[in-house]
Every structure is written in structure tokens, then in C-alpha cells.
Design a protein. Structure first.
Length: 248
């Protein structure tokens, strides 16, 4: 498998494992907090095992792993979120969680995948996407549950409805799947939250940048992102103008 195929394979494999584990655990009556923590660990261990098997010389930054900063001198670094949206994962019927897998090579985003098992959506940088993207008749801006005022300003400016849900991977998938036009997240994001969603969004022909319109720098010593915008290309200039005029 090349890097794009491997990212897709790993995200889908971990997603399927998490879905199966959740179904069995809920049936057994396990505490939701225990289920969440165990799910995080199971997915992390699986991804680490498979990356060690398939790419033994690459470094890994995982939300659930320890970071000794050796990755800073590595040319190839996998950045993974074993369970994005872990607060929603333990509950039967909850769809708002995902697995993120991305590869940074020489500081650049090379490959990535997001698996949303409960929705049956699996996107990677080698997926086939439509050559032309359609704007929705009813515009929708999606954001985190604690609706950011930045997203509210944008929604009002472009005449869109504001919606919210959990998991950055889920929200990215909504824009890719043309269920929404814009995804805005103002703060509180780490590289494992944004790497894979940005990779698949760009592969799908969408625009992706930080909240101030600048590009991402990945594999930093402090792996923090300055917000996230994923947007239909026809709306990006208007969205960034609204953000810059009101929050720049």
C-alpha cells in the first residue's frame, strides 16, 4: 500500500474496531466513561501496531500517546487522533465520532484519511471525489456545539443556517458530502484534530486554512492549530473577509 492507501486502511480498520467494541460493551452494561477511555486506548494501540508494522521508520504523534519530541527531527510523521469525538462515542446511536490518520512528510501534509463508522463514511486522499462541487440551495455553516460567534457572523453574512455537532472529522465529512458549505472552528484544536480533515478536504477540492486565513504548519513543538476553516471554494473569499473584518 502507498501512503494514501495506508491512511485509508488504518482509519477504516480502527473505526470498525471501535464500532464493534462499542456495540459489545454497551450490551454488557459497561460504564460510559470506561467505554470511552478503553475505546481511545484500543484504537491508539491498533494504529501504533499497524504503523510499526507497515512504516517502522516513521515517527508518530498520537493524541493518546506520549510525545518525547523525537518527531521534530523526523522527515515523516504520522499524526493521528484514535478517537475524535470521544465524548459522544460511548452512547448507542451516537454518530458524531471519527478516526483521523494523516502523514506529514518534510513538514508538508502528504496523505490522510477520516473514518466516520457510524455514518458509513470513509474518506482518504486517494478517494474519488466529484470534479465539480455544487453549492447548496440552503447554505449551512457547521461549527462545534459551543457555537462560536465567528461561525454565527459568517452564517449571517452569507445567509446561511448555523448548525453544530461534535468531532472535527464529522464536520469535515459534512462539507465534503455537500451536507454543509462551511465548517468553522474557532479555537481549542490540536494538530491531530485538523491534519486528517484538512488532507481529505483539500483532496476533495475544498479550501482549508486557519481561522486567520493562513496555512497550517504541522509537526510543531507545540502542536496547536489557530482554528480551522473548511469551505466550498466559491465562498472562501467572502468567509475570510467576514472573519478578517470582524475578528482580524
Amino acid at each position: 500500500m502507498d501512503d494514501h492507501e495506508l491512511a485509508g486502511y488504518l482509519a477504516k480498520l480502527a473505526g470498525a474496531k471501535l464500532l464493534d467494541f462499542r456495540e459489545k460493551s454497551i450490551s454488557s452494561g459497561i460504564n460510559s466513561w470506561v467505554l470511552r477511555d478503553k475505546g481511545d486506548l484500543i484504537s491508539h494501540n491498533l494504529l501504533m501496531e499497524k504503523l510499526s508494522e507497515h512504516r517502522p521508520d516513521d515517527a508518530v504523534l498520537s493524541e493518546e500517546g506520549s510525545d518525547d519530541h523525537s518527531r521534530l527531527s523526523a522527515n515523516r510523521v504520522w499524526i493521528v487522533d484514535p478517537l475524535d469525538g470521544s465524548q459522544d462515542y460511548p452512547y448507542k446511536g451516537s454518530e458524531e465520532w471519527a478516526v483521523h490518520v494523516a502523514l506529514i512528510e518534510n513538514g508538508l501534509l502528504k496523505a490522510g484519511a477520516v473514518s466516520c463508522p457510524s455514518l458509513g463514511r470513509h474518506y482518504s486522499t486517494c478517494s474519488k471525489y466529484p470534479k465539480e462541487r455544487q453549492l447548496r440551495e440552503e447554505r449551512i455553516v457547521v461549527t462545534n456545539r459551543w457555537n462560536s460567534y465567528q461561525a454565527a457572523y459568517v452564517a449571517e453574512a452569507i445567509g446561511a443556517r448555523l448548525a453544530s455537532c461534535g468531532s472535527a472529522g464529522i464536520k469535515a465529512s459534512l462539507v465534503i458530502g455537500e451536507d454543509a458549505d462551511v465548517y468553522i472552528h474557532n479555537s481549542g484544536l490540536y494538530e491531530w484534530d485538523v491534519c486528517a480533515p484538512v488532507a481529505i478536504a483539500r483532496a476533495a477540492g475544498l479550501e482549508a486554512c486557519q481561522l486567520d486565513g493562513t496555512d497550517f504548519e504541522f509537526n510543531k513543538r507545540s502542536p496547536v492549530a489557530r482554528g480551522l476553516v473548511i469551505c466550498h471554494p466559491e465562498l472562501i473569499e467572502q468567509v475570510l473577509q467576514v472573519l478578517n473584518n470582524n475578528f482580524g
